[in-house]
Design a protein around this ligand. Structure first.
Ligand code: S3P
Length: 439
């Protein structure tokens, strides 16, 4: 894909349904009793992988109108043993959340995925699911993951060792098929879509704030029964992030995104941009399907940025899990701010769809930025006039999209190799971008 420098970006691009929420809607509706209709289901390849794994587990799923999915729930004990390994594709969320569900089923199953997914760490779910009584094995802690489930599981009280919504969700979903109360304590705020979706399906999930700052405990009691519910998935705020950054960085630009998720565990990206002086606003807030939804507006902001006297903006510690998917994009944005940006305590980025620290650093350097890489993050100097370059996203959708935004503000042409990888989360990305950009 060739990206040429843009003069401006304007319009109201419609975002596909949120990827994280769509995974949960599909899995939780599959465990409910009765029919659920999911509207605005994510168009991502990742969520398609979730649907096909559920079908292999005996769940009847029909695609209706545009992005509507009908799911015939089988109950928490109605899944069927699959007769082949379940292919999660590139999707860590599919693998880790499904593992939690499969741990409590009375059969054996295997979860696998593409080369990237087969290199990502699973010990973080193997440990708690094993404590709950499932027999879970993986080769050197990576997929294929084989699960000999146990029904019912044993409820546990567990402190998360990694700040990860995927791990928290895996244990909560396993807790549905456990005897008693399963509690998970986390020291950092991570996205709470599983807790919200379970409540929507009438499963009580208790959340209590801990004594330590940001610490919270979520608890679910099993065995649980889920009532089927219809749901409309909000637009994906992480997908919106690329358009927001482009509008803020280009002159004479304005983007409005309606019907987008604004769950407080996902909006730190907007709050940070706002704090740095970017013109980003949320309006028309309401709740849909137990998730906050609203409109986001972003305008050209270059002249308005808060001068921070040469010290880099610092993103670290408890901020990191709430910005996790936006960090490569924020590195690009940070390279445009006086003083640049430093991201630390973010070693998790090395085990995402690619090593996102290495991929971000290498591609920013290719575009003329000065970048220092650390084991747990990077520092990019700013402001720098980026130059068009050949970008290797390493098969990672978020790297491809972050550098497409970089290409819009760069001098000359940027080539994004292997650009099809954006379909992992956002197949419409390049078409929507091209239709909004003016040259
Ligand atoms: C996700 C959680 C995050 C995020 C991923 C989606 C989810 O992963 O990076 O894209 O849907 O729960 P971790 O919670 O493992 O950091």
């Amino acid at each position: 894909m060739i990206i040429r420098a843009a003069k401006s970006i304007r319009g109201s691009p419609a975002m596909p349904g949120d990827k994280s929420i769509s995974h949960r809607a599909a899995m939780i509706a599959a465990l409910a009793e009765g029919h659920s209709r999911v509207a605005n289901f994510s168009t991502s390849a990742d969520c398609a992988a979730t649907l096909s794994c559920l079908q292999q587990l005996g769940v009847e799923i029909t695609r209706a109108g545009s992005n509507e999915v009908l799911i015939q729930g089988v109950g928490t004990d109605g899944l069927r043993a699959p007769n082949a390994p379940l292919d999660c594709g590139n999707s860590g969320t599919t693998m880790r959340l499904l593992a939690g569900i499969l741990a409590g089923q009375p059969f054996k199953s295997t979860l696998t995925g593409d080369k990237s997914l087969r290199s990502r760490p699973l010990q973080r779910i193997i440990e708690p699911l094993t404590m709950m009584g499932a027999r879970v094995s993986a080769d050197a802690g990576c997929a294929p993951l084989t699960i000999a489930g146990r029904s019912p599981l044993q409820a546990i009280s567990y402190e998360l060792l990694v700040a990860s919504a995927q791990v928290k969700s895996s244990i909560l979903l396993a807790g549905l098929n456990a005897n008693g109360r399963t509690e998970i304590t986390e020291d950092f705020i991570t996205r709470d879509h599983t807790e919200r979706m379970l409540r929507w399906f009438e499963v009580p999930v208790e959340t209590t704030e801990g004594a330590r700052e940001n610490s919270r405990t979520s608890a679910v009691s099993g065995p649980a029964r889920l009532a089927a519910r219809d749901i409309s998935v909000p637009g994906d705020i992480s997908s919106a992030g690329y358009f927001i950054a482009a509008a803020a960085l280009l002159p004479d630009s304005s983007i409005e995104i309606t019907n987008v998720g604004i769950n407080p565990t996902r909006t730190l990206y907007l709050k940070q941009l706002h704090a740095w002086g970017f013109d980003v606003e949320i309006s028309n807030q309401r709740d849909e399907g137990n998730e906050p939804v609203g409109t986001i507006q972003a305008q050209s902001s270059r002249g308005k940025l808060v001068a921070n006297s040469g010290t880099p903006i610092s993103l670290r510690s408890s901020l990191v899990p709430q910005l996790i998917d936006e960090l490569p994009l924020l590195a690009v944005v940070g390279s445009q701010i006086e003083g640049g940006i430093e991201i630390r305590d973010a070693a998790e980025l090395r085990v995402k769809e690619s090593d996102r620290i290495a991929a971000t650093a290498a591609n920013l350097r290719a575009m003329g930025a000065e970048v220092e890489e650390f084991t747990d993050g990077l520092r990019a100097a700013g402001p720098v006039k980026l130059r068009g370059a050949s970008i290797d996203p390493r098969g990672d959708h978020r790297i491809a999209m972050a550098f497409a935004v970089a290409g819009l503000i760069a001098e000359g042409e940027t080539e994004i190799k292997d650009a099809d990888c954006v379909a992992v989360s956002f197949p419409e990305f390049f078409d929507l971008l091209e239709s909004a950009v003016k040259r």
